[in-house]
Design a binder for this molecule. Structure first.
Ligand SMILES: NC(=O)c1ccc[n+]([C@@H]2O[C@H](COP(=O)([O-])OP(=O)(O)OC[C@H]3O[C@@H](n4cnc5c(N)ncnc54)[C@H](OP(=O)(O)O)[C@@H]3O)[C@@H](O)[C@H]2O)c1
Length: 350
């Protein structure tokens, strides 16, 4: 019997808790699609899940991590009309988080770090020609996270300054491209002086300016730099995965009048934040989670997905692949990701 491969988190802990296991390849039932996964985008969310820091998403071990992916249809059950064997498909946003029992899928264990993925036909969408094979399953977390926040919620407009901390990450790069697409001005912030040259070389002209916030691991007072690079205006929008302590205090201080700081990650260490300047600036700090867009329904997320796929297919949105790994090397891939030396997206390819 043909076997599929899964990377299973057997208990919370370091990369060594990831075990490669095999199971029989499932047969698609009525209305189901079997996808051979050729591209699984890697995210910090899975590293956090492995450590036991994201139980809301992972639950208790054992589980298969991974919240996005795509590949080639290998088989379809009766009644499937939307796709057929050989089609390239992407799992719709949120699909890997759905209750497995709702799909009638047993032996599921959750996520997308697997060679084959069985799901309802409604949970895949076709991928247009032009989208690179290795990025099929690595688009939603970066691009939809950025698009949902900046376009859907914030409604960024031409000429706005958009500050992007962690600008070397896939979400940061996507945010800069989404901002450019809307006519806004992306200013990248990075903790890593060594990444400036790589970002400039791989993504020429994407960021209007790059601001280095740290020197030898210690934060420098970078609020004046923000004043300089925004011609004294301040930052209209921060799209921030750090959101803690002095870093957030500096964002507040360098915010433009009526500016907004969107917090979408918690990479920084929790500490006291001076929010006093928000009052006279009429500023705000808001939270953003992609799930808000997913739970708003297909009328909201589908047009955004289509716009993103169009732009990736046409080459307008380009995501550098920081590393490609085989599924059997999932533990090594997560170790590399934790080093935070990358620019772009890590992908598990099949
Ligand atoms: N809210 C949502 O819906 C949503 C969706 C997707 C991801 N996320 C969150 O977004 C964050 C980034 O995810 P990712 O997968 O894009 O990560 P990633 O590719 O691993 O990028 C993380 C980058 O952030 C910067 N960074 C890390 N720690 C920092 C710190 N303490 N202070 C300042 N900068 C720091 C570093 O970039 P530099 O070297 O350039 O500074 C690092 O390379 C995670 O917290 C994740 O959970 C949230």
């Amino acid at each position: 019997m043909a076997q599929m491969t899964l990377a299973v988190v057997t208990r919370f802990g370091g990369p060594e808790v990831i075990e490669i296991q095999t199971r029989p390849v499932p047969t698609p039932g009525p209305g189901q699609v079997l996808v051979r996964m050729t591209s699984v985008g890697m995210n910090q969310a899975e590293v956090m899940a492995r450590k036991g820091e994201y139980k809301l998403s992972s639950g208790e071990p054992p589980f298969v991590p991974g919240i996005e992916g795509g590949g080639v249809v290998e088989g379809v059950g009766t009644g499937v009309t939307s796709v057929q064997a050989g089609h390239r498909v992407i799992l719709i946003p949120g699909a890997p988080r759905r209750d497995p029992k709702a799909d009638g899928v047993r032996d599921y264990l959750g996520g997308t770090y697997r060679s084959h993925y069985l799901c309802d036909q409604a949970h895949v969408m076709a991928v247009p020609d032009g989208v690179p094979d290795d990025l099929i399953g690595a688009l939603w977390l970066p691009y939809l996270t950025a698009w949902g926040c900046l376009v859907w919620k914030q409604r960024i407009t031409k000429g706005m300054y958009v500050g992007i901390p962690g600008c070397s990450s896939s979400v940061g790069i996507a945010a800069a491209q989404v901002a450019r697409d809307a006519g806004a001005i992306p200013i990248g912030l990075t903790t890593s002086p060594s990444k400036v040259e790589v970002i400039t070389r791989e993504l020429p002209g994407l960021f209007e300016q790059l601001v280095v916030t740290h020197h030898e691991g210690t934060m420098v007072p970078w609020h004046r730099t923000i004043k300089d690079v925004t011609a004294g205006h301040g930052m209209d929008v921060y799209f921030d995965p750090v959101a803690a302590g002095e870093y957030l205090s500096i964002e507040v201080r360098s915010l433009a009048q009526s500016g907004t700081i969107w917090v979408y990650g918690l990479l920084g260490k929790a500490d006291v934040v001076d929010v006093q300047p928000l009052i006279r600036k009429y500023g705000s700090i808001r939270g953003w989670l992609l799930f808000e867009m997913v739970s708003a329904g297909p009328d909201v997320w589908k047009p955004a997905c289509e716009a993103i796929l169009d732009r990736v297919a046409s080459g307008k949105f380009v995501m550098p692949v920081a590393g490609r790994f085989a599924l059997k090397d999932a533990a090594k891939a997560q170790m590399e990701m934790e080093k935070a030396g990358h620019v772009g997206k890590f992908v598990i390819v099949g």
